[in-house]
Design a protein around this ligand. Structure first.
Ligand code: NAD
Ligand code: GLY
Length: 366
């Protein structure tokens, strides 16, 4: 069903069709919750940081649609995106007699969204779920496109499934309570869409960064909408990442190595992606896709968004070993998303020596 709400982006991925609703106040807008899969039971998955802020409003929104609504709270943080925490969702679903029709609602950031999605993909071989993203990062990226996963100590998002939500409800008003560091982390994923797909959007982001950082509602609404449009377009062409979708991982090969190398939760995912994009842009310039001025410009924008641009020190061998675990690696060869011309990205291998040079240039000294 197509939503009657104004600011809606449609996703068509494989056999799935769903809407991303983008507006302030959607938690209190009945039309945002109409027409979802019907079930007696609904389960809200959230955490102790988010639930006190938004669980009551979500329960009110869902009350006309489900006779029983229960909540499972997971411990907060990337460090808990693992099997043990995932199992808390299954324990709850089984303890509450949930069935194949039970709808899960992921109320939170990307960690809650990725874990709820994975639980929905696997509980009784698949139950419906709805993304209710409350971080900028989740609204512009993780809630859209159906990638769900948990981490393994040796690699980020290593265990998961492609499983699309029934709807994504982005209530922009929830961004008001987001800590500034989390807002910057979300901006990293917004910035990402410029160099890989839309240079006019990068120009807009650069001009609007002060408004975005001040949480100007119109600026945030445009950033979320344009990001979702680009992501929906990419996912619509390549749901399972057989090719094109990999461009959405610009900066992530370096970024995931930072996250796993330091231990999950030390750097925020968006911070690692921001710094990773500085490194990937530098590598792109070395490989000739863009000039040094392009890489420097991206570096400036990422720094202005309040993101770190110097990686922590790690020995080159550790970087390379971590990056060989990246899902884009093939037969031990690391492959990077690089900008092959402004506004366009491609996946390329790069010589270890060149990668080591880029790492050294953009890392803190030992
Ligand atoms: P997060 O889920 O850890 O949320 C960040 C912090 O903000 C948490 O402490 C959370 O409790 C808190 N929070 C959330 N909403 C809030 C609000 N409105 N007000 C106050 N506090 C709030 O982090 P994230 O940046 O949202 O997501 C990062 C995760 O997303 C990573 O695990 C990453 O791998 C994943 N990710 C997945 C995809 C995908 O396609 N599935 C894409 C990008 C990132
Ligand atoms: N965030 C990368 C993807 O969804 O493919």
């Amino acid at each position: 069903m197509t939503s009657p709400l104004e600011n809606t982006v449609q996703v068509a991925a494989g056999d799935s069709r769903y809407d991303i609703l983008i507006q302030p106040g959607l938690l209190a807008t009945p039309a945002a919750w109409a027409g979802l899969p019907k079930s007696a039971q609904a389960v809200i998955v959230s955490n102790p940081t988010i639930a006190p802020l938004y669980e009551a409003a979500l329960r009110r929104a869902l009350a006309p649609h489900h006779a029983q609504i229960s909540t499972v709270l997971l411990p907060d943080g990337e460090v808990h995106k693992d099997w043990v925490t995932l199992n808390l969702i299954f324990d709850h679903l089984l303890a509450h007699g949930c069935d194949r029709k039970t709808v899960l609602y992921a109320l939170g950031g990307g960690v809650i969204g990725d874990m709820t999605g994975f639980a929905a993909a696997s509980f009784m071989r698949g139950v419906p779920f709805v993304q209710v993203p409350t971080t900028l990062l989740a609204q512009v990226d993780s809630s859209v496109g159906g990638k769900t996963a948990i981490n393994h100590p040796r690699g980020k998002n290593m265990i998961g499934a492609f499983y699309q939500p029934a709807r994504v409800v982005c209530d922009l008003a929830t961004l008001a309570t987001l800590p500034p560091r989390e807002l910057s982390a979300g901006l990293a994923e917004v910035i990402k869409y410029g160099p890989i797909a839309d240079m006019a959007f990068l120009d807009w982001i650069e001009a609007q960064l002060p408004a975005l950082m001040a949480r100007d509602p119109a600026a945030l609404a445009h950033a979320v909408r344009r990001s979702c449009e680009i992501k929906a377009h990419v996912v619509g062409q390549d749901e399972r990442e057989s090719g094109l979708r990999a461009i959405l991982n610009f900066g992530h090969t370096f970024g995931h190595a930072i996250e796993a190398g330091l231990g999950y939760g030390q750097w925020l995912h968006g911070e690692a992606v921001g710094c990773g994009m500085v490194m990937a842009a530098s590598l792109s310039a070395e490989l000739g896709g863009v000039d040094a001025a392009f890489a420097q410009r991206l570096h400036r924008i990422i720094a202005a968004a309040g993101l770190p641009t110097q990686a922590p020190h790690m020995p080159a061998e550790q970087w390379l070993a971590l990056m060989r675990l990246d899902k884009k690696a093939s037969a031990g060869e690391i492959r990077f998303v690089v900008i092959d011309r402004p506004g366009s990205a491609a996946v390329r291998p790069a010589p270890d020596a060149l990668v080591a040079q880029v790492i050294q240039r953009h890392s803190l000294p030992a």
